[in-house]
Design a protein around this ligand. Structure first.
Ligand SMILES: [Fe+2]
Ligand SMILES: [Fe+2]
Length: 161
C-alpha cells in the first residue's frame, strides 16, 4: 500500500518541481532578452531538467498505485537586476528545494516506506549537484561583476553546458 501522507507530499513536490521549471524558464527568457544567450541556454536546460524531476515523481506515484493530482503553479518573477541576481536566486531556490526533498525523506522514514526512501536518495544526491553548480556560478559572477568582457566570457562558458 502506498502511504497516503507520502502520496500527498509527492503531489506537492510535483508542483514545486514544475515551479522550478517555470522559474528557470522565466530566467532564461530574461537572459535571452538581455543579450546573454549562453545563460539563456543554461537556464533553459535547467528548466527542462526540472520538468524531468516532476515526471520522475509523477511516474513514481503511478508505479505505486497512487493518484497524481496536479496543483496550480504560481507565476514566477520576470525581472532581475543582473545575471548575478538571477543566479543568487537560483542558489537560494535550490537550497529551499533541498529542504523540501529532505522533508519528503523524513516522511518516508517516519512511515516506514522503504521504496520511497530509495527513490528519494536519487533526489538527495541530485540536490548536492544542483547546489554546488549554482554556488560555482554565483562565485564566478561575483568575480566578474555585472558587465563588460568578463561577463561576456562567463556567458560563453554557461553556453557550453
Ligand atoms: Fe528539481
Ligand atoms: Fe533543481
Amino acid at each position: 500500500m502506498f502511504n497516503r501522507n507520502l502520496e500527498a507530499a509527492i503531489n506537492d513536490q510535483i508542483k514545486h518541481e514544475l515551479y522550478s521549471a517555470y522559474l528557470y524558464l522565466s530566467m532564461s527568457a530574461w537572459a535571452e532578452s538581455n543579450n546573454m544567450p549562453g545563460a539563456a541556454k543554461w537556464l533553459g536546460k535547467q528548466a527542462a531538467e526540472e520538468q524531468e524531476h516532476a515526471m520522475k515523481f509523477y511516474g513514481y506515484v503511478h508505479d505505486r498505485g497512487g493518484k497524481v493530482v496536479l496543483q496550480a503553479i504560481p507565476q514566477p518573477p520576470a525581472e532581475w537586476t543582473s545575471l548575478l541576481d538571477v543566479f543568487e536566486q537560483v542558489k537560494e531556490h535550490e537550497a529551499k528545494v533541498t529542504g523540501l526533498i529532505n522533508r519528503l525523506y523524513e516522511i518516508a522514514v517516519k512511515e516506514n516506506d522503504y521504496a520511497g526512501q530509495v527513490m528519494l536518495q536519487w533526489f538527495i544526491s541530485e540536490q548536492v549537484e544542483e547546489e554546488k553548480n549554482a554556488a560555482t556560478i554565483v562565485d564566478a559572477l561575483r568575480h566578474v561583476g555585472t558587465q563588460g568582457a568578463a561577463l561576456f566570457m562567463v556567458d560563453r562558458w554557461l553556453g557550453e553546458r
